[in-house]
Design a protein around this ligand. Structure first.
Ligand code: ES4
Ligand code: ZN
Length: 334
């Protein structure tokens, strides 16, 4: 359609995509076979069965249970490369120009897969995306907040050199939001800031958790971006603060729908954020699980909000300006 074509041509930046969440059923089963991995008994046995199960999730935890099982088929550097390269190809075909991608080392290290293996595979895919697709990218390492803080600290320590050499650009915080508030991770974020003066900080907050999770992430973790943050609108002072500081929310429409954070995409507070001057970007989160990549999320928003071209230009520009690439790359994208 003309609308999809228009949105395809917008210079799109993605700031909220978990590479493990790009594991399509049509890669999951071949990887299980290639690596001799036996999936749990109750796990769907075919691509078709799995696709049917992914139509809807009860909540974040119901989804995460599938997501962590999916991770078990990833063992070798080549697997991480194949995963990320498949993502870059699909997102590029939807008009992606720049991506800041999350990964969860702690969903791999318990199987004996090292952080270095994971990053080596992802970096090779990022390099190929740059050379063959002209897609730029940054890696953001996330800590799993449902795990003991001491384990998170140890993971962070093991990543020190990768942060110091800026092979990893940012730190994030994901997994089950409640009851694991941001303040548990204050020391982890302090440590990351010591790794490199330019380290970028973000955290999932205000997806299922309250607006207090968002303000505590800002106050205690000193993040400069909030992942999801849709419940921020429950606190007018917080909304004013996000607008004043131009703190970007990375919103994931199909994710919030499929995880039943909202009952309809029109329930997302996008109009309110635009009016209040809070910047946001539109992202895919876990596209293999939530039924769409970046353009599909743009289209889903347009179907409900029916924005004019000027509004879309503003949304695309805010995503570029909120990106963690250098000024030269931003100028190219604008
Ligand atoms: C996630 Cl949607 C979402 N929320 C929190 N943690 C996650 N990890 C992967 N997807
Ligand atoms: Zn997420």
């Amino acid at each position: 359609s003309a609308m999809r074509e228009f949105l395809h041509e917008l210079p799109k930046c993605e700031h909220h995509v978990h590479l493990e969440g790009t594991l399509e059923p049509d890669l999951l089963y071949p990887l299980a076979l290639r690596n001799n991995v036996t999936l749990p008994n109750q796990f769907p046995k075919t691509v078709e069965e799995l696709e049917k199960r992914y139509v809807m999730f009860r909540d974040l935890q119901d989804f995460l249970d599938f997501y962590y099982i999916g991770c078990e088929v990833l063992l070798k550097e080549e697997d991480f490369f194949d995963l990320a390269w498949a993502y870059f190809k699909r997102a590029h075909a939807q008009g992606l120009r720049h991506a800041e991608v999350f990964f969860d080392p702690q969903s791999h290290t318990p199987r004996g897969v090292t952080l270095e293996t994971v990053v080596a595979g992802f970096k090779r895919a990022c390099q190929k995306a740059l050379e063959e697709l002209q897609v730029t990218s940054k890696l953001i390492m996330c800590l799993l907040r449902h795990l003991p803080v001491e384990e998170c600290k140890a993971t962070l320590e093991s990543s020190r050199v990768l942060f110091e050499t800026q092979q990893i650009h940012g730190l994030g915080l994901d997994s089950a939001e409640q009851p694991f508030p941001p303040e548990l991770f204050t020391e982890c974020y302090e440590l990351a800031r010591q790794f490199h003066p330019d380290v970028k900080l973000t955290a999932h907050a205000g997806e299922e958790g309250s607006a207090k999770y968002v303000s505590n992430a800002l106050d205690l973790l000193q993040v400069t971006r909030i992942d999801h943050g849709v419940r921020s609108v429950e606190d007018p002072e917080l909304v004013a603060r996000l607008a004043r500081n131009k703190t970007m929310l990375t919103i994931c429409p199909l994710s919030s729908l499929k995880l039943q954070v909202v009952q309809d995409i029109s329930d997302l507070p996008l109009t309110q954020l635009l009016e209040a001057g809070v910047p946001f970007s539109i992202n895919s989160d876990d596209p293999a699980y939530f039924g769409g990549y970046i353009l599909d999320n743009y289209v889903a928003v347009q179907k409900k909000f029916n924005w004019d071209a000027a509004t879309w230009a503003k949304v695309a520009r805010q995503a570029i300006e909120g990106s963690w690439c250098d000024g030269k790359r931003k100028d190219e994208l604008l």
